[in-house]
Design a binder for this molecule. Structure first.
Ligand code: SF4
Length: 679
């Protein structure tokens, strides 16, 4: 009898990059075992991590390339599938030009796969390439990019243990990134003060010493209010501001409008609590700000992130142990997909599209004659272009926009307008129903490659088992497609792609497969071989050209929608601990589905009483975009007038709107005016 083999791997769900071992027996997954030495999770896994192997053996896995027929789907071979994809994309290119094509990469796919994907798009002459970071943390890239010169987490997650004050804003980490609770609890045991600002009372607020229940979309007013207190009480770090930042005078000027009483009138948070939060944060030896999609998914997402950064900078709460800014990303490779340039405005390593020097570097590495200088379409703009008849062919890598993009009825109509849609995924999805061609892909444990976690830790995943049926690794599929288009792109394996990445993206300069195989990965920036990696960024200088951080004044703005007589309530959406993104993976886990089987909506009991809604009633929520049915959950978690719905089930994003942050292009998922009625 063959023994079990253990393969080190990382969790395919959220961005923390928790490690564990896959147990493989006779070529099949036999279970998982924990990895106590892993520096992020120390052996623990949340329910999603524990359930992750279920997707590998699920009977719904796509096994063959499928071509749409008049009435159904027919199985075709890989040769035919690759020819079809290349012919259709190639003819759209020839007839309408490169910008009639678009490519949507995947934060579930590896760095190498995203790198190759965007390279194909750019070699075909378009920057119409994006990934789902546009929907969750594009405002981190723009906000921290403008402020610090790098849109990334400043310190490792485990460093939260060293914080004396942890300010959590717009993140229900205890449910959605639960493994980091360990670091926060350890800080609390040392006496750290924890502040949580959120419109909802969540398990994360149970860990707080001070809960600031703010109105949805008022984060800038809260942050400016805290900074007003800090500056008016002289608690700012004057020396740090003088030596390491620019722009304090302009910031100080606008803060005068955000006295605690004024901030309280906007946010609904008592002025005394704003003052207390400000003093605790500013006086701490080391204070951390931890945020997530509660602040990024707004039309003011970039401003919200900048305000967090301003707060940290005026207090000198960066560049040292226990202090820093911790954006908690969504999917397991959001950071990596962005680093790889699967973004319409950035090349690999964040060279700006349109920047001649960045383009020249890349052209040399790729031996390309020409690269488009025009920034491409973001995900939202791809929909608009399809509606306008300008976008003709779309290649989707492991994403399900019908469930994960806002205003999903509109997304469906956009997909119908395309001449050709290719979907490459591990499961059939609501989006794949619209495809002309479906390509069956390998899941994470069935292929090799690197993934970059939210703390910039680049880790290698080795192939543990073979993909089912005729499914192939995404890298192999993309190479086959590129070959049919005459682009070449021959690489022996993912390691060889990573070697090219290390030349194209300077912060990966010293990262190789061999190095990543050694132990628990490397944190970028790692500019050359022998460099140890950089767990804490900005210790000596920021990533701006002059090394100084920018203090940028931002003003509170109303969300795109406010309650009005026809839609008198506010709907906010978010994650639960048991599901993930659009649910294409987590809703296929019997373990997770049994515990959280269907779409629900949280309603304050007082609102429910007024509308005669009882626990468990089926109710219909309506916004200007559409309506959907959900089970009522009566709870004080939400305030009066505010409803909460998770976005892991079909239906939620029929309600959300597509108003965008003007810099980051991120939609305002977090605020929609709505009404409700009983079924
Ligand atoms: Fe996976 Fe995230 Fe859970 Fe860790 S916290 S086990 S990475 S889903």
């Amino acid at each position: 009898m063959e023994e079990k083999n253990l393969y080190p791997t990382i969790c395919p769900y959220c961005s923390l990059g928790c490690g564990f071992f896959l147990e493989v027996k006779e070529g099949k997954v036999a279970g998982l075992s924990y990895m106590p030495g892993h520096p992020v999770n120390e052996g623990s896994l949340c329910p999603k991590g524990n359930a992750s192997t279920e997707i590998l053996t699920h009977p719904d896995r796509l096994l063959h390339p499928l071509q749409k027929t008049e009435t159904s789907w027919k199985e075709i071979g890989w040769e035919e599938a690759m020819s079809l994809a290349a012919t259709k994309m190639g003819s759209a290119l020839k007839e309408y030009g490169p910008d009639a094509l678009a490519f949507l990469g995947s934060a579930k796919c590896s760095n190498e796969e995203n790198y190759l994907f965007q390279k194909i798009a750019r070699l075909l002459g378009t920057n119409n390439v994006d990934n789902c970071a546009r929907l969750c943390h594009a405002s981190t890239l723009t906000g921290l990019g403008k402020s610090l010169g790098a849109g990334a987490m400043t310190n490792p997650l485990s460093d939260l243990e060293n914080s004396d004050c942890i300010f959590v804003v717009g993140s229900n980490f205890a449910e959605n990134h639960p493994v980091i609770s360990r670091w926060i609890l350890r800080a609390k045991e040392r006496g750290a003060f924890v502040i949580v600002a959120d419109p909802r009372r969540t398990p994360s607020t149970w860990l707080s010493d001070l809960f600031l229940r703010l109105r949805p979309g008022t984060d800038v007013a809260l942050l400016n209010g805290m900074m007003h207190v800090i500056v008016s009480e002289g608690l700012q770090d004057r020396e740090f501001i003088r030596k390491r930042t620019l722009g304090f005078e302009r910031l100080e000027k606008i803060l005068s409008e955000y006295a605690p009483e004024a901030a309280s009138a906007i946010t609904g948070v008592p002025a005394g609590d704003i003052i207390k939060a400000a003093r605790e944060y500013a006086k701490a030896n080391a204070a951390a700000i931890l945020y997530s999609m509660g602040i990024t998914q707004h039309i003011s997402g970039t401003d919200n992130v900048i305000a967090c950064s301003d707060l940290a900078l005026i207090c000198g709460q960066v560049r040292k142990k226990g202090a820093g800014i911790f954006p908690l990303r969504g999917q397991n490779n959001v950071q990596g997909a962005c680093d790889m340039g699967a973004l319409s405005e950035y090349f690999p390593g964040y060279g700006k599209v349109g920047d001649k020097e960045a383009a020249a570097r890349l052209k040399k590495i790729w031996a390309a004659e020409k690269l488009s200088e025009k920034p491409g379409l973001t995900t939202a703009k791809m929909s608009e272009a399809a509606h306008a008849g300008k976008l003709k062919a779309l290649y989707l890598l492991g994403e399900d926009p019908v469930n994960s993009h806002p205003d999903s009825l509109n997304v469906r109509k956009a997909l119908e307008k395309l001449d050709f849609l290719v979907v490459q995924d591990i499961f059939m999805t609501d989006t794949a129903e619209y495809a002309d061609l479906i390509l069956p892909a390998a899941a994470w444990a069935e292929k090799e490659g690197s993934f970059t976690s939210t703390e910039r830790r680049v880790q290698w995943v080795s192939r543990a088992i073979a993909p089912p049926g005729e499914a192939k690794a995404d890298l192999e599929i993309l190479q086959g497609f590129a070959e049919k288009l005459g682009l070449g792109l021959e690489y022996r394996d993912a390691g060889e792609v990573l070697a090219e990445i290390s030349r194209a993206a300077p912060m990966y300069g010293g990262i190789t497969k061999e190095r990543l195989l050694q132990a628990y990965g490397v944190s970028w920036p790692c500019p050359e071989s022998g460099h140890p990696g950089t767990p804490i960024m900005h210790t000596e200088r920021f990533n701006t050209p002059d090394g100084l951080a920018r203090l940028i004044p931002v003003e509170y703005r109303l969300p795109a929608e406010s309650p009005e007589p026809a839609y008198p309530f506010l709907l906010t959406t978010g994650r639960t601990g048991l599901h993930y993104n659009g649910g294409s993976m987590s809703r296929r886990s019997s373990f997770l589905l049994e515990k959280e089987p269907e779409l629900f909506v949280e309603i304050n009991p007082s609102d429910a009483q007024t509308m005669k809604i009882e626990e468990g009633n089926n109710i219909i929520l309506e916004t200007r975009r559409g309506s959907t049915q959900a089970k009522a959950r009566l709870t004080e978690r939400v305030s009066r007038g505010v409803f909460f719905m998770p976005f892991h089930f079909s239906g939620t994003n029929m309600l959300t709107g597509d108003a965008l942050d003007r810099e980051a292009g991120i939609p305002e998922f977090k605020v929609s005016a709505c009404r409700v009625r009983r079924v």
